[in-house]
Design a protein around this ligand. Structure first.
Ligand SMILES: [Zn+2]
Length: 405
């Protein structure tokens, strides 16, 4: 595997500037395309799975995090509070408290549950500058987050649904998890809420994993302070593991924020909160994708999907027309003309582009195109419209296959 920091710079995906600060990378146009496409995939998958999206501010009052428990359990990782006219506000270390308040802002009936709230939102972590680098250790994080407010009976089904979203996303992205880890509390005082709730939540997640048939291992002492969780682990080139996706059961926040719903019996009941993330932070996910694929992203995610290569200046009009038809179909296409060097040099330069279309005198006259695939395959010439239809369908399928074998 590759180092995403080196490749990210070489491929013009992201960079940093000492004046902006360490751990605060910015995204260059090609990197922004990858990120945007990934975010849109996530939003579409969530919409289809019944999530509703919200936006919430990246700041909150210190009291909010005192209530949520972040202030006492997580303060070392938080930025210091800012004083604003007698109030203290902090950059949020998580989205959960905002979503709990969004839930609390309206009355809810049991008929509305499970209620799924999702957001791709910013959160902040005051990492020390010594450990910062690339996209994996950053101070500003864009998190793919969601909270499901549901009954205890619904937790199993919701956790199972979240694991299914994770499985599908990994298939589309070409990511292979190294392990599923069930994190349970260990000895020590950082865990909140009643022990019987912990036991119940741990049992629910164990049941989901057992029924899924996924191999997993249980780790004690790795749980978040508010509840047990399933972590989906991936590894980098050096074999270092990190967590990309999570599903966590939380009995604590609903208690802290006094959340409730009206049951069929007309009485108030406490919902459970399931926190889940399909790809974790956008930064870490893209870092992993860069390393996993060496910059050769799945076609649907590639910054440029089709490069059109006219052999000589004679074919420039046909090349531009073909690229225009690609763009009209929503494909990201560009023309690499002879001003950029010999055909061989241009093909090498476009080595990460999934589909390469060479247009010579013969193709310009016939309207046929000969597709070259990034993996070295060369397809027989086919009519231009057919090539467009097939490439568009393959990209829309959001898989990792460039062309059927
Ligand atoms: Zn959360």
């Amino acid at each position: 595997m590759h180092d995403h920091r080196k490749l990210g710079r070489e491929l013009g995906l992201f960079d940093t500037d000492p004046l902006i600060g360490s751990g605060l990378p910015y995204w260059l146009p090609d990197g922004a395309v990858v990120r945007h496409t990934l975010e849109e995939y996530i939003r579409a998958a969530e919409r289809e799975a019944g999530y509703r999206h919200v936006y919430s501010p990246v700041l909150g009052k210190r009291e909010l995090y005192e209530i949520s428990g972040h202030w006492s359990h997580y303060q070392d990782d938080m930025f210091p509070p800012m004083d604003l006219g007698g109030e203290q506000v902090v950059l949020r270390p998580s989205l959960c408290p905002h979503h709990a308040l969004i839930y609390r802002s309206r009355a809810h009936s049991y008929r509305e549950l499970p209620l799924r709230i999702a957001e791709l939102g910013g959160m902040y972590r005051s990492e020390l500058s010594g450990v910062l680098g690339g996209l994996t250790r950053v101070r500003a994080i864009q998190l793919n987050d969601a909270h499901i407010f549901c009954t205890v009976e619904q937790v199993e089904e919701e956790a199972r649904g979240a694991l299914e979203l994770i499985r599908r996303a990994y298939a589309a992205l070409g990511i292979t998890p190294v392990r599923y880890r069930l994190s349970l509390p260990g000895p020590g005082g950082k865990y909140v809420a009643a022990p019987e709730m912990w036991r119940r939540a741990g049992e629910l997640l164990t049941e989901v994993l057992d029924r899924s048939g996924l191999p997993y291992e249980a780790a004690e002492g790795e749980a978040a302070f508010y509840g047990p969780k399933i972590d989906v682990q991936v590894a980098d080139g050096a074999g270092r593991e990190s967590t990309l996706s999570t599903v966590q059961v939380d009995f604590h926040q609903p208690e802290q924020f006094d959340l409730h719903y009206i049951g069929a019996d007309g009485a108030r009941h406490r919902p459970v909160m399931v926190h889940r993330s399909i790809i974790g932070s956008v930064e870490r996910a893209v870092a992993h994708l860069i390393e996993q694929h060496g910059g050769a992203f799945p076609a649907w995610l590639a910054p440029t999907q089709v490069v059109v290569l006219p052999v000589s200046e004679e074919e420039l009009p046909e090349a531009a027309a073909f690229a225009g038809r690609c763009s009209g179909l929503g494909l990201r296409a560009e023309v690499a003309g002879p001003e950029r060097g010999s055909l061989g040099a241009r093909i090498r330069e476009a080595r990460l582009v999934p589909y390469q279309v060479v247009i010579g005198a013969k193709e310009a006259a016939s309207g046929d195109v000969a597709l070259r695939l990034r993996d070295g395959r060369r397809l027989d010439p086919m009519p231009g419209p057919e090539a467009l239809t097939r490439v568009t369908a393959l990209v829309a399928a959001r898989g990792t296959e460039l062309w059927p074998a």
